[in-house]
Design a protein around this ligand. Structure first.
Ligand SMILES: *Cc1c(COP(=O)(O)O)cnc(C)c1O
Length: 368
């Protein structure tokens, strides 16, 4: 029940166990393009999608480096580990990074970004995480995109733990570049980072300025192969064919369920966890208005050793949950609601185990 990677369904595992197929040819190209079309529905875009073989951060690096040149100014809005990581990626690619950083577990709003852009008018791109998984907080990406667009800046959205699980509308919100992964809300295997690019991103790609990107993690390279080798090999290199097949199975499941239905189902899982924990006396890190529908972060009850509770859950119940990071380490724990962890039976089993721990250690609110 960690906030990713997620436990996947048996049919996804079965796809991983099939014989290895080639990453080219008619059947392969058909499968690849079907998955690309499916991801357009999930991102809610008519833009371009590539299934980058790599982790989520590979996709983030690709987006940042493909449209910006060394020395360009970028604004990274961060409220946790993954926002900080976007800033690290931008710095490593030779960009001049400004950050805007609200308080711990506070959501990033359009106002934060508007003020930062006013202070740094030369900024060419705004980078933000939709769901900051390290604290379970949902940022106002719709508002951030609107403000960035008014400023004439591009937006790069890390939707790694959001897309497919949280309301997100790439075209309607005017996001220019967005990254997600198979192994979070989509419920697929590790190894694929779908990247989506809208028209303004493609314009920036072709504006003739030398970009920070090299060859592999360069959207221009993926674009070139998708066009030139469209009929038999629409990507630059060998692909993890089993992983993409398994991803396609998970994605088909998501589309059959319906993207909006998945959004609601994960939010209901979040509510079930939150209510169960609150009833035992746990305090949530965020109010419901900014709490992510896919990860719940809660403080340990007074007197609780969070590390001991987590180790006990794993040892006695084989349930793994996430801990706090940085200054929240030892203070909070995090429950993921993606993949099989969203099943009501799994949640109830987790809540019963937690109630046993709380009662057994004389913690929490007196119940009954
Ligand atoms: C998991 C996660 C990442 C890291 O993705 P990798 O696949 O490990 O590169 C980045 N951003 C967010 C918001 C995440 O949840």
């Amino acid at each position: 029940m960690i906030p990713g990677p997620v436990s996947v369904e048996d049919r996804v595992l079965e796809a991983l166990a099939r014989p290895v197929r080639a990453h080219y040819g008619d059947a392969w190209t058909h499968l690849y393009k079907r998955a690309v079309a499916g991801m357009r529905e999930v991102f809610k875009t008519t833009g371009e999608v590539h299934l980058v073989f790599g982790s989520g951060m590979a996709g983030v690096e690709m987006c940042v480096a493909s449209v910006l040149s060394r020395g360009d100014q970028v604004l990274v809005a961060t409220n946790g580990l993954f926002g900080d990581r976007m800033a690290e990626v931008a710095t490593a690619n030779g960009l001049h990074v400004h950050t805007v950083r609200p308080g711990v577990a506070e959501a990033i709003t359009a106002g934060h970004v508007r003020d930062a852009l006013a202070a740094h008018p030369q900024v060419r791109a705004v980078c933000a995480v939709h769901h900051e998984t390290s604290v379970g907080v949902l940022n106002d990406v719709e508002g951030i995109c609107k403000v960035a667009r008014e400023h004439g800046a591009l937006t790069v959205i890390d939707g790694i733990s959001a897309v497919g699980g949280v309301p997100f509308e790439m075209d309607a919100w005017g996001a220019d570049l967005c990254v997600t992964v198979a192994n979070k809300c989509i419920g697929g295997p590790i190894g694929v980072a779908p990247v989506a690019a809208g028209p303004r991103a493609l314009e920036a790609l072709a504006d003739g300025r030398p970009k920070a990107a090299g060859w592999y993690l360069n959207l221009a390279t993926w674009r070139r192969f998708a066009e030139a080798w469209s009929g038999w090999h629409p990507h630059p290199t060998t692909m993890p064919t089993n992983v993409v097949e398994a991803f396609d199975v998970a994605l088909t499941g998501l589309l059959e369920e319906g993207v909006e239905h998945r959004w609601r189902r994960l939010a209901a899982a979040r509510d079930r966890v939150r209510e169960g924990l609150e009833e035992m006396g746990f305090q949530m890190l965020s109010p419901i208005t900014t709490a992510s529908p896919v990860t719940t972060a809660a403080y340990g009850v007074p007197g609780m050793q969070v590390a001991d509770y987590m180790a006990w859950l794993l040892r006695e119940h084989r349930i793994r949950i996430g801990g706090g990071l940085g200054e929240l380490s030892g203070k909070i724990f995090r429950i993921g609601h993606m993949g099989r962890a969203a099943e009501p039976e799994a949640i109830d089993r987790y809540l019963r185990a937690t109630a046993d721990y709380v009662d057994g250690h004389g913690l929490g609110r007196a119940r009954g």
